[in-house]
Design a protein around this ligand. Structure first.
Ligand code: SAM
Ligand code: SF4
Length: 335
């Protein structure tokens, strides 16, 4: 299908990330505060509304759908939503249906996800140390996530681990994580910590471990081959010659990737964020709710929003304070 969502900078929007809940069974320190106030349930798009919204985007040329949150697999009935997207995979309109999860519910849902047409899953995992895992997620248990990863692999899902690089936290696990993934044929991507949410007393500049440094350390042990592969996002990839594994680096702070940006993000209430690093958003919910039998107003609202997609973001740690910071938490827009 010819993409229909073209922004003012001639970028085609073909990738939609959808947060299906702001809730989560973990409280990762860089993502949420311990006492989060969540949205009242009536604010959330229902599963049927999510289905209609995604179907509309797919009709406008979106080929890749990533479901995220909060924790997407804690949303009640979420498998119904995944199953409702299968027909778009079958028709060929949707090329990929995937999700980002903390892995806590994968043991339960891996088989159903595969059956719905999901083939790849990103699992967030920053450490393989039980005590550190409990510390960084506050409420998570490592063993449960590892069982989830095993179940997903057994179901035929390809796993990519996303690890947030945190200074003085998982610096010493760079090689453990790399080797653990290699042994399980799992891809690994490191993410720089981003200045999201209310900093409060958390020192996010202090948490920042540059991926240039991660890369340099890896290069002391492995031969890194740069891969040309780009996904339109902030990730760059290398292959480790010795193990053959692929390692990704998501560096929204150290590199500008905006020129190839092909994505937009929708919150669980139907707000469309055209850029992860900007406050600008368009609320699509009124067009959806007020016209239950007519998609035209929703389509018009989507086109209008895409017309406002900014050229890029302004994150910058270079002056030792997180400039360009946006006030919402990552769990709101789904990362
Ligand atoms: N709950 C799911 C999970 O953890 O994978 C999906 C939502 S979570 C918000 C998506 C991703 O954002 C996770 O990989 C998480 O590590 C990452 N993330 C959250 N806060 C972040 C921050 N301040 N900087 C960088 N990455 C962050
Ligand atoms: Fe939950 Fe994911 Fe945020 Fe952790 S990163 S608190 S698992 S939404």
């Amino acid at each position: 299908m010819t993409p229909q969502l073209i922004d003012p900078f001639a970028r085609a929007v073909t990738y939609l990330r959808v947060s299906v809940t702001d809730r989560c069974d973990f409280r990762c320190v860089y993502c949420m505060s311990e006492n989060m106030t969540f949205l009242p349930k009536k604010e959330l798009l229902t599963l049927e509304e999510l289905e209609r919204m995604c179907t509309t985007f797919i009709g406008l040329g979106v080929e890749k759908l990533r479901i995220t949150g909060g924790e997407p697999l804690v949303r009640k009935g979420i498998m119904t939503f995944f199953q409702s997207m299968t027909r778009h995979l079958d028709s060929g309109a949707l090329k990929e249906l995937t999700l980002t999860t903390n892995g806590s519910q994968l043991e339960r849902f891996a088989g159903d996800l595969y059956a719905a047409g999901v083939r790849r899953v990103n699992v967030s995992l920053d450490t393989l140390d039980e005590e550190k895992f409990a510390r960084v997620t506050r409420w998570g248990r490592l063993a449960q996530v590892l069982r989830g990863i095993d179940a997903a692999q057994a179901a035929g899902l390809r796993i990519k681990i996303n690890a947030v690089a945190l200074k003085d936290f998982n610096e010493d696990e760079l090689f453990t994580l790399t080797e653990w993934c290699a042994a399980r044929d799992i891809d690994l991507t490191f993410i720089e910590v981003m200045p999201m949410g209310d900093l409060g007393n958390e020192d996010r500049v202090g948490q920042y471990w540059s991926l240039n440094d991660v890369r340099r350390q890896l290069a002391e042990t492995y031969t890194l081959i740069d891969l040309a592969e780009r996904t339109g996002g902030p990730a760059r990839y290398v292959r480790l010659e010795e193990s053959g594994q692929k390692i990704g680096f998501i560096t929204p702070l150290s590199h500008n990737f905006c020129e190839s940006c092909n994505r937009v993000r929708m919150t669980c209430t139907g707000e469309l964020y055209m850029c992860l690093g900007q406050e600008d958003m368009a609320d699509l919910r009124p067009a959806l709710r007020e016209h239950p039998d007519d998609d035209a107003p929703l389509i018009a609202a989507i086109h209008k929003a895409i017309g406002l997609k900014p050229k890029g973001h302004d994150f910058d740690y270079s002056r030792q304070r997180p400039d360009g910071q946006v006030s919402r938490h990552m769990s709101h827009t789904g990362g």
